[in-house]
Each structure stands twice: as structure tokens, then as C-alpha cells.
Design a protein around this ligand. Structure first.
Ligand code: PMP
Length: 457
């Protein structure tokens, strides 16, 4: 049993001695005081058990305190912890080779960092050095990190400050097939049908034409003639599993390359088998990026990030000396290596596909049942449930209503996430070890929480 500080004392310290932004996001009205975890379960300081369907935002990929990973950490702790770059440490080389083997040619050179923001910063630096250009384009609604440069890439008002972080960063319209101006609902690469038919002819999405036209317009009016990079998440994470029309990335990559830019896939949320059908999210779009960035689930919660690129781009970068004390240290690499083995040996990508598709299909039934569930989308275990006032208007469900359903779900023992530009989307991203029974428990709880809200309002 928990024998630490009282909850009041913990909250008091949080209020006075912790990052004020952290205080803003106690996440629940009655905060959860987490004390212990095992696989898909978390226990609070009172011993109450929660089914974790958020996994620290996809971070806990193979389950809390996963036994295989924990054993690896214990072993490596007794062998060596050190910095990265001075000597050759076997853990880093072994892991770099293993990771590179999972990416298609010519993406074979790995640089390690400690977080997703650092990985994206490094990717921008590489792109600028390699192309000799400066300007970077990202999609509205994207989240690429919180470092001063990554905030510039991120396009979400909530994360913006009144200081110049966006020099050389431009945002084009997000080809959101639910909330975007031009729709395109049935053109996305998803396992469930959506409610709105668009007027596309088979195999040709008119919404995609419009979003691509918008990007061309940007090249003609807003950015210099040559650009450094185009950055996208294969499925937008913080924005609530926002998906694009099927050929959007393919068409956009072609335009970007004509402008001298390189294409960067931010796989911080979509990598490592989470989308089920593919190991990397970009593979679902049938494109080949020049740089792939990753973090979060890479090491199951141990701080780690990586940038994988081509030998050619790495050579442009190697002209200077880039140093990162901790990025790729032996302990982090041993952990990440064990996580990768576990994903493969325990068939977690396959599980994401199977349980994820089941969840999407069952959630789509709830969408058809309730007027306030506007959209169910995503792939594998990267799922968004977008809540609306009503299906006709698609106006976001107000935050008080979202908070009620969210709190109720938690009180019934399931932790999920919230996101979307208007805070209107529930995010379902459990550890990849969940079972169909867990999915059924979550579905029953979520159904009950929505029903409770409908009865109250
Ligand atoms: N990219 C994406 C897609 C993310 O979701 C995040 C974190 N939410 C980041 C980058 C930044 O990662 P970190 O918090 O590790 O810096």
C-alpha cells in the first residue's frame, strides 16, 4: 500500500513548486494520484485500479512495467550507464542497426535524442543544412513539440506564446476529412465507414484536389520559391486522430520535392506498430519520407527519441559537430531495444490491428446511436471520437459536457485522453498489449458515460 505524502500535500507542492502549466492540466476535476502500473493497468494511491486507455499519450507502448523491459533495465543498470558519443557503446550500435532494419531503404542512418521535440529540432536543422533553404511547412492542427523551434512547427493556438517562434514556419490547411472545409469523409484510409458521403467519384477525391490546390496557392503566394521541408504526422495525434484523404501526402510530397524541400514524417505517435496495418504511419499513405522522427513509444516511457534519415542527408549534417550528451546512451538504447523486441515477439502490431479494428467498429455503432458522437476515426490503436452538439451542425460539444463524460469515464475506472483544436475529441490510445475483453470493458463504460450525460442534459 501507498505510504507516501497525503494527496493534499502533493497538490500543494504541485501548486507552488511545479510548472504552472502542469497545474493547468491536472486533467480531471478530481485528479488521479497514480502510484503503480502493470501492463494496461494503473493503480492510484488508494489502490483503485484503472484501465489505461491513454498510455501517457501512446508512450507506454508495451505496457506499464513490462516484465521483459524491466528485466533489461535492471541488467543494464548494473552493467553501464554513461553518455553517448565519446566511446563506442555496444547498446547504441546494436539498437541503431535493429531500428534501421525496420525502415525502408534509403532510411538507414539513426541519430538519437531524448525527446520528440529534440528529434524534430534536429530534423529541421538537417533539412535546412541539406537543402540550403530555410522555410518549413506544417499542417494546421499539428503538434511537433514544445521547444522554442518545435513550437514554431506546431500549429495549435493553445501552445503559442507572444514571442517569435515561427520564423520560417508556415502552416497550410489541414486536410481534415471530418471538420475541414472540403470534407472528403469516405476517402480516408480507415477501417470504418463514416457518416457523411462526399461527392467524390470512385478512386478520385475532390476534397484532396482542393487541399492540394491550397498548398499550391501557398507556394505561389506565401513562401519563397525554394523550401527546406514539409513536416506532417501521418495521423494527427493531439488534434484527435485527424486523418487525411488517401492521396494527400503522396501529392503533397511531390509538390514539396519540386520546390527543393525534403519530406519529414513525425512518427512520434504513429510509429512502432500503433496503427496496426503498418509499422510506420507513413507506410499507410504509400509515401517514402526523407527523414522520420520518433519518440514516446520508442522506449515505453524511458526518455528517448530518434531521427532516421538517408546517408546523403546525414553527410550534409556531418559537416559540423553535433553533440548530444544523453541521446542514445547505453541505458536508453538497451531499453528501446528490449521494447522493439517485445513489440515484435509479442505481436503487438498485429494486436493493434485486431483490437483496434474491433474498437473502431464498435465505436462506430455508438456513433450511430448517439447524436453527440460526430465521428469515429483512426487506425489500429490510434483512435479519435469527435463529440459534437449535433450531427447536422458539427459544432464541437462544449467543454463542460466533454468534462462530464470524461470524469464519469474515469470514475468508472477507465482513463482516456482529450484533444482536438476545440477540446472536442476523446483520444483512445491504450498500450498495445490490451485484449478484446479490455476493449469491451472500455466500450461499456464509455457507452454508460455518454448515456448518463444524455439523460442529465
Ligand atoms: N510530435 C508529436 C506528434 C507529438 O505528439 C509530440 C508530443 N506530444 C511531440 C512531437 C513532442 O514530443 P516530446 O514531448 O517528447 O518533446
Amino acid at each position: 500500500p501507498y505510504q507516501g505524502m497525503s494527496k493534499d500535500r502533493l497538490l500543494d507542492i504541485r501548486k507552488h513548486n511545479c510548472n504552472p502549466m502542469t497545474m493547468k492540466v491536472t486533467y480531471y476535476k478530481k485528479p488521479v494520484f497514480i502510484n503503480q502500473g502493470y501492463m494496461q493497468w494503473l493503480w492510484d494511491v488508494d489502490g483503485k485500479r484503472y484501465l489505461d486507455f491513454f498510455a501517457g499519450i501512446v508512450t507506454v507502448s508495451v505496457g506499464h512495467c513490462n516484465t521483459k523491459v524491466t528485466e533489461t533495465i535492471e541488467k543494464q543498470l548494473r552493467r553501464l550507464w554513461h553518455t553517448t558519443a565519446i566511446y563506442v557503446n555496444p547498446q547504441m550500435q546494436e539498437y541503431a542497426e535493429k531500428l534501421a532494419s525496420l525502415l525502408p531503404d534509403p532510411l538507414k542512418v539513426v541519430c538519437f535524442t531524448n525527446s520528440g521535440s529534440e528529434a524534430n529540432d534536429l530534423a529541421v536543422l538537417m533539412a535546412r543544412l541539406h537543402t540550403g533553404n530555410f522555410d518549413v511547412i506544417t499542417l494546421r492542427g499539428s503538434y511537433h513539440g514544445g521547444s522554442p523551434q518545435a513550437i514554431g512547427l506546431t500549429s495549435n493556438t493553445r501552445y503559442k506564446y507572444h514571442i517569435p517562434t515561427t520564423m520560417g514556419c508556415h502552416n497550410t490547411m489541414c486536410p481534415d476529412v471530418f471538420r475541414g472545409l472540403w470534407g472528403g469523409s469516405h476517402c480516408r484510409d480507415s477501417s470504418v465507414q463514416t457518416i457523411r458521403e462526399c461527392s467524390c467519384s470512385p478512386g478520385h477525391c475532390q476534397a484532396n484536389d482542393m487541399y492540394i490546390r491550397e498548398l499550391k496557392e501557398m507556394f505561389a503566394t506565401t513562401v519563397p520559391d525554394r523550401i527546406a521541408a514539409f513536416f506532417t504526422e501521418p495521423i494527427q495525434g493531439n488534434s484527435g486522430a485527424v486523418q487525411f484523404p488517401k492521396n494527400y501526402l503522396k501529392d503533397a510530397y511531390q509538390l514539396v520535392r519540386e520546390k527543393g524541400g525534403i519530406c519529414i514524417a513525425d512518427e512520434v505517435q504513429t510509429g512502432f506498430g500503433r496503427t496496426g496495418s503498418h509499422f510506420w504511419g507513413f507506410q499507410g499513405h504509400n509515401v517514402l519520407p526523407d527523414i522520420v522522427t520518433m519518440a514516446k513509444g520508442i522506449a515505453n516511457g524511458f526518455p528517448m527519441g530518434a531521427v532516421v534519415t538517408t546517408a546523403e542527408i546525414a553527410r550534409s549534417f556531418a559537416k559540423g559537430l553535433h553533440f548530444n550528451t544523453f541521446g542514445g546512451n547505453p541505458l536508453a538504447c538497451a531499453v528501446a531495444s528490449s521494447v522493439l523486441d517485445t513489440i515484435i515477439e509479442d505481436k503487438m502490431q498485429e494486436n493493434s490491428a485486431e483490437v483496434g479494428t474491433y474498437l473502431l467498429t464498435e465505436l462506430a455503432k455508438l456513433r450511430d446511436k448517439y447524436e453527440i458522437i460526430g465521428d469515429v476515426r483512426g487506425k489500429g490503436l490510434q483512435i479519435g471520437v469527435e463529440m459534437v452538439k449535433d450531427k447536422a451542425s458539427r459544432d464541437p460539444l462544449p467543454s463542460e459536457a466533454m468534462a462530464e463524460i470524461f470524469e464519469d469515464t474515469k470514475d468508472m475506472g477507465v482513463l482516456i485522453g482529450k484533444g482536438g483544436l476545440y477540446g472536442q475529441t476523446f483520444r483512445i490510445k491504450p498500450p498495445m498489449c490490451i485484449t478484446k475483453d479490455d476493449a469491451d470493458f472500455f466500450l461499456a463504460v464509455f457507452n454508460q458515460a455518454v448515456q448518463n450525460y444524455m439523460e442529465r442534459r
